[in-house]
Ligand binder design. Sequence first.
Ligand code: COA
Length: 160
Amino acid sequence: MNQATEKSPQETETQSRKLVMPDQINADGRLFGGQMMAWIDKIAAMTAQRHSNSQVVTASIDSLAFLAPVSLGDHVILRGRLVYVGRSSMEIRVDVWKENPILGERAKCTRAFLTFVAIDKNGKSLAVPRLKLETEEEHNDFESARIRLELRKNLAATLE
Ligand SMILES: CC(C)(COP(=O)(O)OP(=O)(O)OC[C@H]1O[C@@H](n2cnc3c(N)ncnc32)[C@H](O)[C@@H]1OP(=O)(O)O)[C@@H](O)C(=O)NCCC(=O)NCCS
């Protein structure tokens, strides 16, 4: 049951830290892209669950950009943040940094936008709280997400 009528992105921002282990790298010594995608999907799902207080499903993943390679032993820091909410859909921006724990150096390595939909126990979409926009950046992010939504709909029409 969704109790709040609106929530700010800050209230549900979610972070996680991982350690890159030997079974997560490819022959070149870089982190598998698929492992990164799984971590991104999970952090975004948790962010969406915290906003909606319901079960959620991944509806789409857009603009997944691998900006820099991640190496064995690096720490990976993921942050999920709500940027857009429709009736039942929620767009989450995930930013990811890699950190070399020995040198203490940190760099942005991945960015993605994912849309989740809140569902009830029958898998039917469920209305979620509105997004309470408090800062100019949040208003800009919301507007950018609205434009992405239109682009996604136009693209989907060409893929049918
Ligand atoms: C996502 C899903 C619940 C939507 O079902 P639906 O019958 O289209 O539901 P509705 O028509 O009520 O639409 C619900 C919302 O989903 C959004 N939506 C539907 N398909 C979407 C897509 N591919 N990308 C982004 N948003 C989507 C709609 O725009 C709508 O948003 P709104 O309520 O904010 O306006 C359904 O397609 C589904 O279950 N998909 C499989 C999800 C899954 O298994 N994910 C795991 C990945 S393997």
